[in-house]
Design a protein around this ligand. Structure first.
Ligand SMILES: [Zn+2]
Length: 306
């Protein structure tokens, strides 16, 4: 199984267009050791030919162009067999609207995420230009789902989802009822070998279910949005804590590194980094601490063979 990180930043990317915090300024001016990052998305493949995208970021077009394996092999073609959504946040779904050029798509999402995207959203009709343009397939918690393309051809991968504590996307707040599947963690397994990865880019807590999802995986990609819970407040950039935005902090006694200290897994990678996160600075003590605990920090273009 091959994994390619297409984008590794949280919503807004790094640097963020309207931010001149220490890190955003530093990466623009080259005064810190850090590289720019697009918004989080990954591509997974069992055979290296057909790929499954995990989330569809606003930067999907540039992300596809930056990875030759996703380039079309015929005048009208795509190696993208299916897209899986972990929640309905704009940084995970806006890219769908950029895939409107008449290609059939298979999109796996929890029913509440599908409804949140398609209902009351006239822009979503651009993906309903002909019958069957998008084959929406509902994700239920705990079920093992064999992934297939829009025509139903198997992709050699299966997925299992677990609810991830969080909050509804800001644009749907008060508009949709709360649903435990608003945000999910994924375990993607290769049918032929059983080798697997866990993909949990957004969660406010490490639940027993999510822990089980990660245990024994060949690779774990975990929410690395904020290092500390009050990161935005301390930098004067907002009033919300990381946890209230659906993201467990990485550091500290209540953080994910501490919660997962005994985890048995292969590669451990923090992904979905907010531009305020000191982990982005390769020379930071936080980066040393995470690496010392066995975690690396995802970057755009990172590739793993599992
Ligand atoms: Zn910033």
């Amino acid at each position: 199984m091959r994994v390619r990180i297409l984008g590794s930043a949280a919503g807004g990317g790094f640097p963020q267009w309207n931010c001149a915090c220490r890190l955003c300024r530093g990466v623009r001016e080259g005064t810190i050791r850090a590289t720019p990052r697009t918004q989080e998305s990954a591509a997974v493949s069992a055979d290296g030919e057909r790929w499954v995208l995990l989330n569809a970021s606003p930067e999907i077009r540039a992300q596809i162009e930056a990875f030759p394996a996703l380039h079309p092999k015929a005048p009208r073609h795509t190696p993208i067999g299916a897209i899986v959504l972990t929640n309905g946040d704009l940084d995970h779904v806006l890219g769908l609207l950029s895939l409107r050029e008449g290609q059939r798509l298979a999109v796996y999402a929890a029913a509440c995420v599908r409804v949140g995207f398609t209902e009351g959203n006239s822009l979503a009709r651009t993906l309903a230009r002909f019958p069957g343009q998008v084959a929406w397939r509902d994700i239920a918690a705990g079920a093992e789902i064999a992934l297939a393309d829009a025509e139903g051809a198997p992709l050699g991968l299966s997925l299992r989802a677990e609810p991830a504590p969080g909050r509804p996307p800001p644009h749907l707040k008060g508009h949709v009822p709360d649903d435990p599947l608003e945000s999910i963690g994924l375990r993607i397994a290769e049918a032929a070998t059983g080798r697997s990865l866990a993909y949990v880019p957004g969660t406010a807590a490490i639940t027993p279910g999510l822990r089980a999802l990660m245990e024994g995986a060949e690779a774990v990609f975990l929410d690395g949005t904020c290092w500390s819970d009050d990161e935005l407040i301390a930098q004067g950039l907002g009033t919300a804590t990381a946890t209230s935005m659906g993201h467990i902090p990485v550091g500290g006694p209540a953080g994910s590194l501490a919660a997962l200290a005994g985890l048995v897994a292969g590669r451990r990678v923090l992904i979905h980094l907010n531009n305020t996160n000191p982990l982005l600075d390769e020379a930071s003590p936080e980066r040393r601490e995470a690496e010392g605990a066995g975690w690396s920090v995802a970057h755009d273009g990172m590739e793993l063979v599992l």
